[in-house]
Design a protein around this ligand. Structure first.
Ligand SMILES: N[C@@H](CCC(=O)N[C@@H](CS)C(=O)NCC(=O)O)C(=O)O
Length: 263
């Protein structure tokens, strides 16, 4: 039995899978991709993941892509220490949380991360290198969002939408968390685990006040981040150079986020 995860230390969706692997106490081997160097766009990787993104899981020859699918696959393939509820109604509720990530939350994360921080890494490259990277992004909508983010930063027209998507998510979480310590009430599940890396990113990017403004959500985020699996799957992977970059941009991000929310 071998589990291989193609991943990246700072990727929110790869981090989610690592937290699940830790919850389920599974042994795995990692192949780390440098996303700024374009490892995800190399032909041999694209054979595994035609979307040119991480993560990709390979388990006994089966190639699984899409982090939400990967997390559920791991829970199906390895029954011990389940991360999903057993009742069909709770499972449906769990999926309503996880599918939101694919329906906009992940894109919003990409936008805010790029507009606030990652653009500064891309801007170190030559214009030709930036074009090559952009031209290799298969989804034209994502390509344009990335271009706008690099060129315009927080003035990109997408930035406000990203901030407001998170306002909606945090409002919805605050309502749900009035019913118990976890998003499904008493039961800790993939609904919670799936958002841990996104909460970390919000805090890194200057959104900590938006979480603190919602007391149930703030207490939940603290509970989630106190889990050993959070440390093992997410925190221990934080790269100091990224943390420095986030810290250097936090002040101006906080100011822009407040001006969007208060206007
Ligand atoms: N829906 C996909 C999203 C994957 C994704 O966007 N991965 C990002 C890192 S979090 C990535 O590989 N980005 C590199 C790129 O877009 O070039 C999933 O959940 O697996």
């Amino acid at each position: 039995m071998t589990i291989t995860l193609y991943h990246n230390a700072m990727s929110s969706c790869a981090a989610k899978v690592r937290m699940v692997l830790s919850e389920k106490e599974l042994e795995w081997e990692g192949i780390h991709l440098d996303l700024r160097a374009g490892d995800q766009q190399k032909p041999e990787y694209v054979k595994l993941n035609p979307k040119k993104v991480v993560p990709t899981l390979v388990h006994d020859g089966a190639v699984i892509i899409e982090s939400n699918v990967v997390c559920e696959y791991l829970d199906d393939a390895f029954e011990a220490r389940p991360v999903r509820p057993s009742s069909p109604a709770k499972l449906a509720q769990m999926r309503l949380w996880t599918k939101q990530i694919d329906e906009g939350v992940h894109a919003a994360t990409g936008i805010i991360s790029n507009c606030i921080a990652f653009r500064h890494q891309h801007l170190q490259k030559t214009p030709e290198q930036i074009e090559t990277w952009l031209n290799n992004i298969p989804d034209p909508v994502k390509r344009e969002r990335q271009r706008n983010g690099v060129e315009l930063g927080m003035d990109s027209p997408d930035f406000k939408d990203g901030v407001m998507r998170y306002e909606k998510l945090l409002d919805d979480m605050e309502v749900a968390l009035k019913n118990g310590p976890w998003l499904l009430g008493d039961e800790y599940s993939l609904a919670d685990i799936s958002y841990a890396s996104y909460m970390a990113r919000l805090m890194h990017l200057g959104f900590e006040g938006r979480i603190a403004a919602r007391p149930h959500t703030a207490a939940w985020a603290e509970r989630l981040m106190a889990k050993p699996s959070y440390k093992e799957g997410i925190e221990d992977w934080f790269e100091p150079k990224y943390l420095e970059l986030f810290a250097s941009q936090r002040e101006s991000a906080r100011a822009k986020i407040s001006s969007i929310i208060n206007n």
